[in-house]
Design a protein around this ligand. Sequence first.
Ligand SMILES: CC(C)(COP(=O)(O)OP(=O)(O)OC[C@H]1O[C@@H](n2cnc3c(N)ncnc32)[C@H](O)[C@@H]1OP(=O)(O)O)[C@@H](O)C(=O)NCCC(=O)NCCS
Length: 181
Amino acid sequence: MTPKKVSESRTTMTQMVMPNDTNPLGNLMGGNLLRWMDIAASICAGKHSASYVVTASVDHVSFKRPIHMGEVVTMVASITRAFTTSMEIYVEVFAADIKGGHTRRCNHAYYTFVALDDDRNKPVPVPQVLPLTADEDKHYAEAQTRRELRLMLSGRINAQQAEQIRKYLTEAVQDAGAGNA
Ligand SMILES: CC(C)(COP(=O)(O)OP(=O)(O)OC[C@H]1O[C@@H](n2cnc3c(N)ncnc32)[C@H](O)[C@@H]1OP(=O)(O)O)[C@@H](O)C(=O)NCCC(=O)NCCS
């Protein structure tokens, strides 16, 4: 399969926060935001893999700043790396008022999607990612560590199999030792 560029599947989705989307304080409910992020990320993963996709996991998400009713929310979903049948998608969330003012970056998350075949709904291989910019390179390189962490936390691999994490921790301990010397 020919590798694909990140820009080929980048997906931007915009929503306005309506009363139904809010909590009693008049701010966007976290669950609604996660749903929009999931939709944007799944469109991105579907475009990259040219397959139906399902969400396998979502990494840590924190809600740093509230988004208010009537504001415009923009989700930008980009693939960082593809593995065998799974893809990591980075979603960034921005908010602004209806006039485009008070623009801010609100949060981000990494989603993992698995591509499925049309007939049996079984995982199928996906094209690799071709990172082209410095930012894309960084996301690509770091994706392996994030993958190991989520597979370890979900009990799919053990610490011995998490090579990148062991390397990272060994270097961190060595750096700390050098700092104390
Ligand atoms: C995701 C799913 C297809 C994986 O099926 P499976 O039988 O475990 O398949 P495999 O063991 O072959 O794993 C397939 C890929 O999923 C990845 N994967 C599975 N569980 C994962 C998890 N918790 N986090 C990250 N990746 C995961 C594997 O690493 C593998 O990736 P790779 O091929 O790139 O190495 C299956 O668990 C599923 O259908 N889950 C429900 C999906 C869904 O309904 N999502 C919506 C939630 S409401």
